[in-house]
Ligand binder design. Structure first.
Ligand code: SF4
Length: 322
């Protein structure tokens, strides 16, 4: 039996956006033939620069953005072909935590009502059962139950993110997509929220898809890492494989931005130039315009996935015959 909670198979996601200079509509090729298995109970981090397609991937997984083609399988069912009741169950099982806890909480609602809402909409629980669930989840994330009659603006950024996490837990999800969950928080608060995510994963046997550009956060939390570049997975491996033995030139460049990694032998590369526009994708290897190892073949041919060690995949011609 598969130990995957979700299987993403060759998805392409595109949408129209306005060119900021010409004002004309253009197609954004946000996700380009991406395949990825997410294992039950793991924290899988998706790393990459802003604009690499990681948030679009999160939207596709949470059923907010329909892929042009490909499948996202949950329990062997494509989530975009689910019947109404199946989709309702999927939406209970899969929850999201957003980057900015303030904008994700309705400022006009008391916290107690924000936390009640998913239970009122999705369950038949009595008021006392709902109160007991809220109490349990609030305590689990470190919120004082006596403060739940307050409004979001009365809490600090860290407390608001705890509220957002408590709301995500209300329906006992199996899988949480966390999109930059600490990047809007003070550095002093970030470690507390990261520790909370670790604790919740253990306590509720949760699976997390962690979307972030911060390699320090990934190093602290992730079991496996998918490095994304222009809508593709450039490298995939365990956190140890990625941090100790990175292979793809883009992964090496991302790691160059993390200070004081203990491994000093691995080659580090400074990332030069801007990320090309996803409306105008380069031919060949998508990284070739910035790659210090670019060869002639890289300009015209796209590398496929090479498995260089079990579970360690890299999309780069440098490893084709190794
Ligand atoms: Fe660089 Fe070529 Fe590898 Fe792409 S395929 S990362 S351009 S060496």
């Amino acid at each position: 039996m598969s130990d995957n909670i979700l299987e993403i198979k060759n998805i392409f996601v595109e949408y129209f956006a306005e060119n900021p200079i010409t004002g004309q509509k253009q197609i954004v090729h946000a996700v380009n033939g991406l395949s990825l298995d997410i294992k039950d109970g793991e924290i899988l981090a998706v790393a990459g620069e802003s604009g690499c397609g990681k948030s679009t991937l999160a939207k596709a997984i949470t059923h907010l953005e329909k892929p042009l083609s490909g499948e996202i399988l949950y329990g062997n069912k494509d989530i975009f072909k689910m019947k109404k009741q199946e989709l309702k169950a999927y939406r209970k099982d899969v929850q999201m935590i957003f980057q900015n806890p303030y904008s994700s909480l309705n400022p006009k609602m008391k916290i107690i009502d924000i936390l009640k809402e998913p239970l009122k909409i999705n369950t038949e629980y009595s008021d006392i059962e709902i109160y007991n669930i809220i109490k349990e989840k609030a305590e689990k994330v470190g919120l004082n139950i006596n403060l739940l009659n307050s409004y979001p603006h009365e809490f600090s950024g860290g407390q608001r993110q705890r509220i957002a996490i408590a709301r995500a837990l209300m329906l006992n999800p199996k899988f949480i997509v966390a999109d930059e969950p600490v990047s809007a928080l003070d550095v002093s608060i970030q470690a507390q929220i990261l520790n909370l995510i670790k604790e919740l994963k253990r306590e509720y046997k949760l699976t997390f898809l962690l979307i972030t550009h911060d390699m320090g956060v990934i190093k602290y939390l992730a079991d496996r890492v998918a490095v994304m570049y222009l809508g593709e997975i450039a490298e995939l491996g365990s956190a140890t494989q990625i941090f100790v033995n990175p292979k793809h030139p883009y992964t090496k460049a991302l790691l160059s931005s993390v200070p004081k990694l203990e491994d000093t032998k691995t080659e580090r590369i400074s990332l030069k130039g801007e990320l090309p526009s996803p409306s105008n994708l380069p031919n060949g290897c998508k990284f070739h315009t910035r790659c210090p190892h670019c060869m002639e073949v890289c300009r015209t041919c796209s590398p496929t996935d090479f498995e260089i060690h079990p579970g360690h995949m890299v999309k780069c011609f440098l490893y084709m015959n190794k």
